[in-house]
Design a protein around this ligand. Structure first.
Ligand code: PGA
Length: 251
């Protein structure tokens, strides 16, 4: 049985004051004991969030890391080893906003994924198709390629210490959610792709769904057999809504 994970991706939101409020709201939540919960604040707020959530069973991750794990001359980047030193345990890799708006390509993503693992962080690899790709019937082939490149470069065993998230680009921040069945079909395809390499790894890796998850649709999505929780954007900025999503994952 895979333990569900609900992860909040705060993206480029928050001020010191609003983050303090959100921390307070998270501290007050009664979280189910049978799930894992994580938040991904903007880097600037990571120490504030780690300190603020001390004693609460919510882990903290980063939204990005450098492609090299070691310290060095790379202006503006933050090494996975620095994130680990700061107390992070996870890092997002390959979010569609970075793939599409910042031009992050597969080669770079593989290096970030590897750098995270070398530093002891768990990479959370995001994959997903655009609306044009889905309309052209290419959703599964696009996702297969996005997952496959990491398997090919880093080996299937890399997924023994990683999390995946299926996030259809057309569902992110749009209010459009994939139907539970649409999401399940993709999750099952990803798991089958991994199982062809190593059934044990495929059986244990958590595959989250992301894209306009709210308290109102979470239970149906999380009820599908291959959906092991969610990566939550907008709704994670409201502690009560996030708490309700966590409860849906725990029930
Ligand atoms: P959303 O974002 O929940 O606001 O759609 C999800 C994500 O991008 O991780």
């Amino acid at each position: 049985m895979r333990r569900p994970l609900v992860a909040g991706n705060w993206k480029m939101h928050g001020t010191r004051a609003s983050v303090a409020e959100l921390i307070e709201g998270l501290r007050c939540l009664a979280l189910p004991g049978n799930i894992d919960v994580a938040v991904f604040p903007p880097c600037l707020f990571i120490p504030q969030v780690i300190d603020g959530l001390a004693g609460k069973s919510i882990t903290v991750g980063a939204q990005n890391c450098a492609m090299q794990s070691q310290l060095g001359a790379l202006t503006g980047e933050i090494a996975a080893s620095q994130l680990a030193d700061a107390g992070c345990s996870l890092v997002l890799v390959g979010h569609s906003e970075r793939r599409l708006m910042l031009g992050e390509h597969d080669d770079l993503l593989c290096r970030k994924f590897a750098a995270a693992q070398v530093s002891g962080l768990v990479p959370l690899l995001c994959v997903g198709e655009t609306l044009a790709q889905r309309d052209a019937g290419q959703a599964l082939s696009v996702i297969k390629q996005q997952v496959g490149i990491v398997v090919e470069r880093l080996g299937i065993d890399a997924f023994a210490r990683a999390v995946l998230a299926y996030e259809p680009v057309w569902a992110i921040g749009s209010g459009l959610t994939a139907s539970a069945q649409q999401a399940q079909d993709v999750h099952a395809a990803i798991r089958a792709q991994l199982a062809a390499e190593n059934a044990a790894v495929a059986g244990t890796v958590r595959i989250l769904y992301g894209g306009s998850v709210k308290a109102a649709n979470a239970a149906e999505l999380f009820g599908m057999p291959d959906i092991d929780g969610g990566l939550i954007g907008g709704a994670s900025l409201n502690a009560d809504e996030f708490g309700a999503i966590c409860r849906a994952a725990g029930s």
